[in-house]
Write a protein that binds this ligand. Structure first.
Ligand code: ADP
Ligand code: TZD
Ligand code: MG
Length: 578
């Protein structure tokens, strides 16, 4: 058939349409998310592409757990939730380990996972990557939601954001079903769904009565001390803590990741007097620190007479291990402001011998420590202390570098050795003492802050996340990874107890050349066996401001079982009879 009419045909005009994936990305943009970490595949690949297209940086990983560690560290260092994107089933579960760890550590993050079609999951009919993800996640995270309709996505994202950052921060799981991601909506209708949420992380000031109680307890103390926790680092209250210390003259000591909120080597730092404070302090102020296993749950060496003032946002934290004489429940900024105002109207009654005694103890311990470093400075093969003696002055002179740290001896010795002078410059395996946060946290720290990062890793610890060194290289991040290779978990001298000739359970690879792994991905690499080589390599590595890996060859006998927490072993190796 021929047409008699020569007018050009135009396509019928349909209203522009958008998918659930578009809506998800736009909703994330609306709440200010500018970075996502993840590992793609069905059904979220296009989410990542759309995110990139809409100006969200997408950091792609080799393993979801590391992407999750990066998101958690991003959340901790910025106060905005880090976002993790995972595929269904195992991808979801790999990521969930990090989201759970974030919850335990009070880091704000949101894990967004695609999930398969619900009906065959609910009837267990064997669908592609079928798993009831929402119910798996629920007991392990701060909050868990599922979104089934594209119309609900903006609300779901805002709820997830609020849950991650408000009150005690934590990990949030957001389940987005495949049909929801693929659903199509009229763009004009979708536009109407978005809104700018108001006050995503509201201040929660404490009650005046609680503040007055705390101020009067502190003012009447003879031997007070302040313990600073990573909650304080997260809450960015270093100026207020400084004001508190300046005003009262009370000595302080930091928990591991709070090092640098106040300078470790300041005149009122009682970093080396932890036991004395536990035994002698009459009033201790916990500022964003939990009285958990890391503080012997308030028992052990603690004097039964010590009274605690606890500043925390979570009312359920109070009294969880020991009676708290003066709980101050509220956000730290508001609580510290209120306490500072209260202190203006009162005077301290501190024993004048308390601080000088702690300063004397500090001087003695510091001198001993310096002697120990000196004695080990020339050890060959190197041990942990030899290596740390080299690294210490260089890192301390570059105090804007973020230190990521995991291992057993490698963790404990590095924490004890490297003084920190700036807040939020130390990220480690924290509350759960987990291995396998190193590469992810290093990526998250570098991406979130733009600062240089040094990750000091035990050889075992590095093994958990080592493949994601390639992510550091792919994104050309300014990260130096230093591996303390003593050939094993705790050390490399474990003996096989049986007759099969297999390695001991703690033995790894003393002759491994981890630098070759770095080389495979184009990093600047070094293999060092002497302190002189380490010094030159470390200086060059941090100066290159790109991916670098230093394999530090230690002796196999460097390090002891469980590092500093051997006392938690149910039965140490010496007591085992086979
Ligand atoms: P550390 O291991 O350094 O002792 P924890 O993670 O055990 O630190 O404790 C941090 C505490 O800080 C948690 O109890 C958490 O509820 C609290 N916290 C986090 N953010 C805030 C905030 N903005 N205001 C008050 N408390 C906070
Ligand atoms: N698995 C996980 C996920 N977390 C853990 N904490 C452990 C296992 C047990 N573990 C420790 O607590 S420290 C550690 C393991 C395996 C490694 C210690 O060896 P390293 O450090 O090489 O990292 P050092 O310097 O040799 O002590
Ligand atoms: Mg080791």
């Amino acid at each position: 058939m021929t047409t008699t009419n020569n007018t050009p045909q135009t396509a019928p005009s349909y209203p522009a349409q958008v998918t659930g994936m578009d809506i998800l990305v736009r909703a994330l943009r609306m709440v200010g998310i500018d970075t996502m970490y993840g590992l793609v595949g069905i059904p979220v690949t296009e989410v990542a592409y759309i995110a990139q297209g809409r100006g969200i940086r997408f950091i792609s990983f080799r393993h979801e757990q590391q992407a999750g560690m990066a998101a958690a560290t991003h959340g901790y260092l910025t106060g905005k939730p880090g976002v993790l994107l995972t595929v269904s089933s195992l991808g979801f579960m790999n990521g969930l380990t990090a989201t759970t760890n974030a919850t335990v550590n009070c880091y704000p993050m949101i894990q967004i996972s695609g999930s398969s079609v619900r009906e065959p999951i609910d009837l267990e009919q064997g669908t592609y990557e079928g798993l009831d993800q929402l119910n798996v996640a629920k007991p392990l995270v701060k909050a868990a939601y599922r979104v089934n309709k594209p119309e609900d996505i903006p609300t779901a994202v805002v709820r997830a954001y609020r849950a991650a950052v408000s009150g005690r921060p934590g990990g949030v799981y957001l389940d987005v079903t495949t049909p929801c991601l693929g659903a199509i909506m009229n763009a004009e209708d979708a536009d109407k769904l978005f809104y700018q949420p108001v006050d995503l992380c509201p201040a929660m000031p404490p009650a005046q009565e609680a503040v007055d109680r705390a101020v009067s307890l502190l003012a009447g103390a003879k031997k007070p001390a302040v313990i600073i926790g990573k909650g304080a680092a997260y809450a960015r209250v270093e100026d207020k803590i400084k004001a508190l210390i300046d005003k009262t003259g009370v000595p302080y000591f930091p928990m591991s990741m709070a090092k640098g909120v106040m300078p470790d080597n300041g005149p009122l730092s009682a970093l080396s007097c932890r036991s004395t404070i536990m035994q002698e302090a009459d009033v201790v102020v916990l500022v964003g620190a939990r009285l958990n296993w890391l503080l012997s749950r308030g028992h052990g060496k603690w004097s039964p007479d010590t009274k605690f003032i606890q500043l925390d946002i979570d009312p359920e934290e109070i009294d969880c291990n020991r009676p708290i004489a003066a709980p101050v429940v509220g956000d730290l900024a508001s609580s510290l402001d209120a306490i500072l105002a209260g202190l203006d109207k009162t005077t301290m009654s501190m024993d004048p011998t308390w601080v000088p005694a702690l300063q004397k103890e500090t001087a003695v311990k510091n001198a001993k420590f310096a002697e120990r470093l000196k004695a080990n400075a020339t050890a060959m093969p190197m041990d942990h202390w030899t290596a740390l003696g080299v690294i210490k002055p260089i890192l301390e002179a570059n105090d804007d570098i973020i230190l990521v740290n995991e291992g057993a001896n490698t963790l404990d010795d590095t924490r004890d050795c490297i003084d920190m002078s700036k807040p939020r410059c130390r990220v480690d395996c924290a509350t759960w003492a987990i291995m396998g946060m190193g590469m992810g946290s290093a990526v998250g720290a570098a991406v979130a802050t733009g600062q240089r990062v040094v990750a000091i890793e035990g050889d075992s610890a590095f093994g958990f996340s080592g493949m994601d060194f390639s992510t550091i290289c792919r994104f050309k991040l300014p990260v130096t990874v230093v591996i303390f290779n003593n050939g094993g978990i705790y050390n490399g001298i474990g003996q096989n107890m049986g007759k099969d000739g297999d390695p001991a359970p703690t033995t790894l690879d003393i002759h491994a050349r981890y630098d070759k792994l770095g080389e495979a991905f184009g990093a600047t690499t070094f293999y060092v066996t002497t302190p002189q080589e380490l010094e030159a390599a470390f200086k060059e590595a941090i100066a290159c401001k790109g991916p670098a890996l230093i394999d530090v060859q230690l002796g196999a006998d460097s390090g002891k079982e469980s590092g500093h927490i051997g006392y938690l072993n149910p039965a140490p190796l010496e007591t085992i009879i086979v």
